[in-house]
Design a protein around this ligand. Structure first.
Ligand code: GCU
Length: 609
């Protein structure tokens, strides 16, 4: 050690730390052999992080008996333990902590979760991974007193491989330190218009896979090179610890398609035509059983096949012009006031969108639970999926860019076989500056590297003054669809200002209104000039619809803000908000407001055309 130069020492430490980073993401968890760790977990609230730092504020080591990730069982009767897990304090997993007990409602800080479990592998040669659907925001994960690793990012999945030496047949001690404090150099940053729900907010599973496993794959149609090009799959299969001379077989029984491909290292390129395939669309959300087999592993998934592209000012789904009748949705069950994570939550939100006669949803402002995107596949609802690069992110900080790229990669990796997803969004309403445009442009480049079959967009900025509204955001040069949010008649003027509004889109591309909306307390009625009344919101939508009808011809759709009221700490009008942003077309009792029917009427007219 004496002749190692200091930087090398730091590098060595960094390498150890990064070795703790999570392992490559296994996808299609529902198809794997899993043991659920959902249910009641014991917890300790730790606002001072007493269980993590010693009294000199140094991260504690295994030998420090007070760390909350070590055993809470005293060695003997004289041993001093000033912490412990008990059934007196349990939280449901999955689920945010804010909605589970009054004391957690506004809590931002650390909560330690603990779960004990027994485990024996089904087959000795198998490998075991611990998989989290999402934890908001930072998770430090320990098993039997050993740190598996850390993950940051509140809305994307991650996993850690568990070495055989670490897991016991009886009494495994899994501890997760969850910290949802906000920081300016995180993604999202300090300021958001949504509730900072903390906790293990999505499912936790032990996943058992063969020693040589199918880790991930893309089986999607490539963008057509010519009009009416025959449907062709161009994808790949990623193995992990592939056997020598391995091959991978892709089978789609209903199409009588079965083809075997050579594996090179852990990689396998996949390419085949799909004559006779029924293309997935909102009108016909056809999904096919796809079976991928190698010498040691086999996974099955329902996949839809469609193409999405832009051509000049047009947006084309399966080669035909598409108008997106959308609505924005937060990942929240508004009736129960909590993070959405169940199939019932997904069914409620997506059925409200279907009842609104939508063919598209913008899942704001972060990747939603996987049940939402899988259900959108089945219901035939197009999806815009977004990472929370929201408002005033630290655009000059390279670490923040890496964090954003990491979340982009995790979002796309989990969902790149979802036919419903047609747009990856790299952010929302980010203030224009050279650093911001460079930051967002590199995210767009990264998204296209990760997935060249879908479109990339973001909610851009609008220059509006005196009735003239110009969309010339420099980021418009790099997105496939020019999208922007406008609140004409809510954040500026009254709804009649829509009548004289002129829109100029500085790009010869399709454009999309990614947000528009007005706030009303469901059930409050007055004349249309009375702000916060349902009549004001109804008037707003009437004027907006009249304006949509005058939009330039490259207008390809909208996703008004928002399907349902949602919690926000920024909304504190004591009569009309009380900690809720009430721009929903459905209120937080599940009642439809008058404006709901104005938008649905417009969507019916668009469908009739
Ligand atoms: C913004 C933002 C939303 C926010 C909305 C509002 O456009 O994108 O996240 O909730 O406006 O002000 O209600």
């Amino acid at each position: 050690m004496k002749n190692i130069k200091l930087p090398a020492l730091f590098f060595a430490v960094a390498m150890c730390a990064s070795a703790l980073a999570q392992t490559p993401l296994i996808t299609n968890i529902p198809a794997r052999k899993t043991i659920s760790l959902n249910g009641k977990w014991q917890y300790i609230v730790d606002p001072y992080e007493t269980g993590f730092y010693d009294y000199r504020y140094k991260e504690m080591k295994p030998s420090d008996g007070g760390a909350y990730w070590t055993t809470d069982v005293p060695k003997d009767k004289s041993d001093r333990k000033e912490f412990g897990y008990s059934d007196k304090q349990t939280l449901n997993v999955p689920g945010d902590w804010n909605s589970q007990a009054e004391k957690f409602f506004y809590y931002e800080g650390t909560v330690w979760y603990k779960k004990s479990f027994d485990f024996t592998k089904a087959k000795p040669g198998n490998r075991v991974f611990l998989h989290f659907g999402a934890v908001n925001y930072k998770a430090d994960v320990y098993l039997n007193g050993h740190k598996l690793g850390q993950h940051k990012g509140g809305f994307t999945a991650f996993d850690f491989e568990i070495a055989d030496s670490l897991i016991k047949a009886k009494g495994n001690y899994l501890v997760v330190k969850v910290d949802n404090k906000r920081f300016k150099d995180e993604v999202p940053t300090l300021n958001t218009d949504w509730w900072n729900y903390g906790g293990i907010t999505r499912e936790v599973n032990l996943v058992e896979v063969p020693g040589s496993m199918i880790q991930d794959y893309v089986i999607q149609l490539k963008k057509p090179e010519t009009t009416n090009a025959a449907p062709e799959v161009e994808g790949w299969i990623k193995l992990n610890h592939a056997a020598a001379n391995e091959t991978a077989t892709v089978e789609i029984p209903e199409l009588k398609m079965k083809k075997t491909f050579p594996v090179n290292g852990d990689n396998c390129a996949v390419n085949f035509k799909l004559p006779g395939v029924q293309l997935w669309s909102p009108e016909n959300p056809k999904l096919y059983k796809v079976v991928i087999t190698t010498s040691a592993d086999k996974v099955t998934e329902k996949i839809g096949f469609r193409t999405i592209e832009t051509k000049g000012k047009q947006l084309l789904l399966n080669g035909k012009p598409l108008f997106m009748r959308g609505i924005c949705i937060h990942g929240e069950n508004p009736v129960e006031g909590r993070r959405a994570y169940t199939s019932k939550d997904a069914a409620m939100l997506l059925s409200w969108a279907k009842e609104l006669h939508c063919n598209m949803v913008r899942l704001a402002h972060y990747p939603h639970d996987e049940k939402m995107t899988r259900m959108a596949d089945s219901l035939g609802i197009l999806v815009w999926s977004e990472i929370p690069v929201y408002w005033t992110i630290e655009f000059t900080n390279p670490d923040v860019l890496e964090k954003a790229k990491g979340q982009l990669n995790e979002m796309i990796t989990r969902d790149h076989n979802r036919a419903s997803i047609i747009i990856w969004s790299v952010g929302n309403e980010t203030p224009v500056s050279p650093a911001r445009t460079d930051f967002m442009h590199s995210l767009i480049t990264k998204a296209k590297e990760l997935d060249n079959t879908r479109l990339v967009s973001a909610a851009l900025e609008v220059n509006g003054a005196g009735g003239k509204h110009v969309v010339d955001d420099p980021l418009g040069e790099f997105v496939d669809i020019v999208s922007f949010n406008e609140y004409l008649g809510w954040y500026g003027g009254t709804p009649n200002s829509c009548r004289t509004a002129n829109w100029e889109i500085k790009y010869d591309k399709p454009f999309f209104i990614s947000e528009t909306g007005a706030e009303t307390l469901g059930g409050f009625h007055a004349d249309s000039l009375t702000r916060w009344s349902e009549e004001y919101q109804e008037w707003y939508y009437k004027e907006q619809v009249a304006m949509f009808k005058r939009m330039p011809d490259n207008f390809v759709g909208l996703s008004p803000w928002i399907l349902a009221d949602f919690r926000s700490p920024k909304r504190n009008n004591p009569v009309y908000q009380e900690g809720w942003n009430n721009k929903g077309l459905v209120d937080h009792k599940g009642n439809k407001k008058k404006a709901y029917y104005i938008l649905r009427k417009y969507y019916d007219e668009k469908t009739a055309k």
